[in-house]
Write a protein that binds this ligand. Structure first.
Ligand code: HMG
Ligand code: MG
Length: 298
């Protein structure tokens, strides 16, 4: 029961770089994002307007957002944690603000320095102001399938955060497997409950591939009607406030699977591999992507 087409949302420039020790220069980030814009991706998360002391790798958010070429039809998105972040994001004229929080209390606290309840009014204000400035708003809920500090996460917490984010006016909710711990059976169970409440078209899945289960989880999600997936070129990435978290599913590994299954994405694999090679060289180590390592599109 496969969809005819799937949207891959490229999060490499944000999720991919935020945890990297190497500071990729502003110029290289811009060149890389411009290359990603030529791959056929329709949505690119380019940076993060968070406190640069927390995420130094993305301290040049404004320069990056202002420096890239904007290709018509592509949504250039950025993470926004609070009002100060929104002001910076609006000044840099991003198309979309992505607000984020966690289903588990401890991860929320470590990641954004607030309780879950205290986060709601802050994100509500960001969402309202972004919408009235004509921007779209995306929501993320992290630790949906497990928390690095608390272990199992209650589905009630996930539902509460998801409902509250939709109530703020977000257009799409991305469900984060922050530490790459989910398995297909669990994904099926969680989606069964969420799809009773939310439209599949408004949900995206965001799998980190820490334990090698991301593609299996995507397959189950597609079978249940989900058609939007976040991914990161090269398999770069991880949350700095989730110990041991590694990269997102590699965009080119996901694309290989979708292409081979005849599922349309509009993304060109050669161009994507070239963007993966570019960032691998800047990072200076082999990235986890399988398709990048075999070195061709075969
Ligand atoms: P805080 O320290 O509690 O903030 O941080 P505050 O409001 O008390 O302000 C303290 C200082 O931060 C002040 O500066 C503010 O100006 C500054 P000071 O007076 O000390 O010099 N500040 C800011 N500066 C620039 N831009 C801002 C901003 N806000 C405050 N927007 C805050 C609260 C949320 C800002 C902080 O905790 C933070 O930046 N956290 C970001 C953590 C992060 O980026 N984590 C990774 C992204 S989430 C993720 O990866 C998961 C995801 O991929 C999905 C998944 O995988 O599950 C999305
Ligand atoms: Mg992530």
């Amino acid at each position: 029961n496969w969809p005819a087409s799937v949207t891959i949302k490229e999060v490499g420039p944000r999720d991919g770089l935020q945890n990297e020790k190497v500071f990729v220069s502003t110029e290289d980030k811009i060149a890389w994002i411009n290359e990603l814009s030529g791959t056929g991706m329709k949505s690119i998360e380019i940076t993060s307007f968070v406190n640069p002391k927390w995420i130094p790798a993305l301290a040049d958010a404004a320069e990056v957002a202002k420096g890239i070429e904007r290709v018509p039809g592509i949504v250039y998105s950025a993470l926004v944690p609070n009002r100060q972040g929104l002001e910076r994001a609006l000044e840099a004229d991003v198309d979309e603000a992505a607000v984020f929080m966690s289903a588990s209390e401890t991860h929320n606290q470590r990641n954004i320095n607030k309780s879950v309840s205290d986060t709601f009014p802050i994100l509500r204000e960001v969402a309202q102001e972004a919408l009235s400035a004509g921007k779209s708003v995306r929501g993320y809920v992290s630790t949906v399938f497990g928390c690095p500090y608390e272990g199992a996460v209650s589905i009630d917490g996930v539902i509460r955060v998801s409902e509250t984010l939709f109530d703020m006016g977000i257009g799409e909710l991305s469900l984060g497997d922050t530490i790459g711990i989910a398995n297909p059976k669990q994904v099926q169970g969680v989606l069964e409950l969420l799809l009773k409440r939310f439209d599949a078209k408004k949900l995206a899945l965001h799998f980190h591939d820490t334990r090698g289960t991301a593609l299996a989880n995507i397959l189950v999600s597609m079978d249940m009607g989900i058609t939007t997936f976040d991914a990161s070129v090269g398999g770069l990435g991880g949350c700095p406030y989730a110990p041991g978290a590694s990269g997102n599913v590699a965009s080119e590994d996901l694309l290989y699977m979708l292409d081979a299954m005849g599922i349309q994405t509009g993304v060109n694999r050669e161009k994507l591999l070239s963007a993966a090679r570019f960032i691998q060289e800047k990072i200076g180590r082999a990235l986890p992507s399988r398709n990048l390592q075999i070195g061709s599109s075969n």
